[in-house]
Design a protein around this ligand. Structure first.
Ligand SMILES: CCCCCCCCCCC/C=C/C(=O)SCCNC(=O)CCNC(=O)[C@H](O)C(C)(C)COP(=O)(O)OP(=O)(O)OC[C@H]1O[C@@H](n2cnc3c(N)ncnc32)[C@H](O)[C@@H]1OP(=O)(O)O
Length: 415
C-alpha cells in the first residue's frame, strides 16, 4: 500500500486496462464537471489504485467503468464485436452505468478505492473477491465472507433481467418444502438463484444477501423468455414456467436464515414483488420500485397480492400492483416495503458495515427468531404463490401479454 515501507508492490492492472486506469494528470483537467467537489479525492484515488494488490477482474471492470463515467459521462462508443471479449466486457461495464451522473460516478470510484485500500490494509490474508467466488454459476457471482453469503445477479448489461431455461432441459418435479426444482443443467438465473439459496441455507453463513451488479438491482423477468417456444407449444411453456415460478418463489418463502435485499438501483417486476418475503430491504437513494403488471398484460406474483396489502395497506398496494405506480426509494420506505434508504454515494459502505455487524449475532437465535416470525404464515404464502402462478399461466397466453412483450422486444415500448 501507499507508504508501506519496504513492501514490494505488485502492479495488478493488466495492459488492457492500464491505459484507462493510469491516467495522466492532464486528462483530469479536461472536464469542468470532473473538477467539482471531490476532484482531489478522485485524483488521490487514481494514484492509490495503481498501488493496490490485484482486486480481481470484476472489481477492475467496475473501476474502469466508474472512471470512464466520471470523466466522459455515459458510454459513448460503439459496442465492440462479440469476439473482442476484453473490450466488450469493459464496454458492458461502462454501458451498465447508464445515465449515472459524473459526480456520483466519481464519488463511487473514490468509495470503491477507499474500501479496497482499507480491506487490503487491514488484512493481507484476505483473498480477492475473484478467488472467494463460488464456482459453477453463469449468471450470478456468489461469495461467502464474514459469515455473509452474497448472491449477486450478474447480467449488468441486461439490467440483471432474470432468464429462464428452455423447456427442453427443464424438468418438472412437484415442489416440496425446500427442494427447488431445477434441471440437470442449471444454467439460467431463476434456477441459479434457487441453487444459490439452497446452498446458502446449508452453508455456515449467518445471513444471506441478494443484490445486483451494475446500475440496476434487476429489471425483473427477462422478456425474451417469451421467445423460446419449444416444439411442444406455448401452452406447455406457460405450464412449465408457472411451475418454475412457483418453485422459485417457494425458495424465498422457505428460506431459513435472515435474508436481506441490498437494492443497489432500480428494481422491476418480480425483483420487487419478492421483497415482501425478505426480512430486511436496504435501498440506495437511486433505487426505484416498479411493478407494471397491467402494462404487460400480466398479474402480480411473488406473494405480493398478499404481502403488499399487508405491508402498505390495500389502497397503496393497488396503486402499485394494478396501476403500476413506480415508487422512489423514499416512498417505498415510507410504505414499509423498504427498511432503510442510504445515500447512493455511501450506500455500499454503510450497508456492508451494518451487515457485518449483524452477521456476528448468534446465528441460531436469528434463525429461530425468523422461524417464529414466519412459520405461521408459510402455508398461506405457499397457497397464494400457487394461485398467483396459476393466474399468470393463463395471462401469458393472452393477447394483452403477447402484444406488450412484442412491443418491448421490437423496441416499440419501454416501461
Ligand atoms: C410463454 C410463457 C413464458 C413465460 C416465462 C415467465 C417466467 C416467469 C415470470 C415471472 C413473472 C415476472 C414478471 C416480471 O418481472 S414483469 C417485469 C418485466 N420487466 C420489464 O418489463 C422491464 C423491461 N425493460 C425495460 O423497460 C427497460 O429495459 C428498463 C426500463 C429496465 C431499462 O431501460 P434503459 O433504457 O435504461 O436500458 P435498456 O432498455 O437499453 O436496457 C439495456 C439492455 O438490457 C435489456 N433488458 C433490460 N431489461 C430487460 C428485460 N426485463 N428483459 C429483456 N431484456 C431486458 C434491454 O433490452 C437492453 O438490451 P440490448 O442492449 O441488447 O438492447
Amino acid at each position: 500500500m501507499a507508504g508501506a515501507a519496504g513492501r514490494v508492490v505488485r502492479r495488478w492492472y493488466p495492459s488492457v486496462l492500464r491505459s484507462s486506469l493510469q491516467v495522466p494528470a492532464l486528462q483530469l483537467h479536461m472536464s469542468k464537471t470532473a473538477m467539482r467537489a471531490s476532484q482531489k479525492d478522485f485524483e488521490s484515488a487514481l494514484s492509490q489504485v495503481k498501488r493496490l494488490k490485484d482486486p480481481g477482474n470484476e472489481v477492475k471492470l467496475k473501476l474502469y467503468a466508474l472512471y470512464k463515467q466520471a470523466t466522459e459521462g455515459p458510454c459513448n462508443t460503439p459496442k465492440p464485436g462479440v469476439f473482442d471479449l476484453i473490450n466488450k466486457a469493459k464496454w458492458d461495464a461502462w454501458n451498465a452505468l447508464g445515465s449515472l451522473p459524473k459526480e456520483t460516478a466519481r464519488q463511487n470510484y473514490v468509495d470503491l478505492v477507499s474500501g479496497l485500500s482499507s480491506s487490503s490494509d487491514s488484512s493481507s490474508q484476505v483473498k480477492p473477491e475473484a478467488d472467494r467466488k463460488q464456482p459453477g454459476y453463469e449468471t450470478l457471482v456468489v461469495t461467502s465472507e464474514d459469515s455473509i453469503t452474497k448472491i449477486m445477479m450478474n447480467r449488468p448489461a441486461k439490467k440483471n433481467a432474470i432468464t429462464i431455461q428452455c423447456l427442453r432441459v427443464h424438468k418438472y418435479q412437484p415442489s416440496s418444502s425446500f427442494s427447488p426444482t431445477h434441471s440437470d443443467v442449471p444454467s439460467e438465473m431463476y434456477n441459479e438463484i434457487m441453487l444459490a439459496l439452497k446452498a446458502a441455507s446449508k452453508d455456515d453463513s449467518a445471513i444471506t444477501v441478494l443484490t445486483g451488479n451494475g446500475d440496476y438491482y434487476s429489471s425483473g423477468n427477462d422478456l425474451s423468455n417469451f421467445t423460446d417456444i419449444p416444439p411442444e407449444g406455448i401452452e406447455e411453456k406457460a405450464k412449465s414456467s408457472a411451475i418454475l415460478l412457483r418453485d422459485f418463489v417457494d425458495c424465498f418463502i422457505d428460506f431459513p436464515k435472515p435474508l436481506i435485499a441490498v437494492v443497489n438501483g432500480p428494481a422491476v417486476g418480480i425483483s420487487v414483488t419478492i421483497l415482501g418475503l425478505f426480512d430486511t430491504v436496504y435501498a440506495s437513494s437511486r433505487a426505484t420500485f416498479h411493478t407494471p403488471f397491467s402494462h404487460l398484460g400480466q398479474s402480480p406474483e411473488g406473494c405480493s397480492s398478499y404481502t403488499f396489502p399487508k405491508i402498505m395497506g390495500p389502497a397503496k398496494a393497488a396503486e402499485m400492483l394494478i396501476f403500476g405506480k413506480k415508487l422512489t426509494a423514499a416512498e417505498a420506505c415510507a410504505q414499509g416495503l423498504v427498511t432503510e434508504v442510504f445515500p447512493d454515494s455511501t450506500f455500499q459502505k454503510e450497508v456492508w458495515t451494518r451487515l457485518k455487524a449483524y452477521s456476528k449475532l448468534p446465528p441460531n437465535a436469528m434463525r429461530i427468531s425468523k422461524q417464529v416470525i414466519r412459520n405461521r404464515e408459510k402455508e398461506k404464502l405457499r397457497a397464494i404463490n400457487a394461485e398467483e402462478s396459476r393466474a399468470l399461466q393463463e395471462r401469458w397466453l393472452s393477447d394483452e401479454c403477447t402484444n406488450a412483450v412484442m412491443n418491448f422486444l421490437t423496441r416499440k415500448a419501454k416501461l
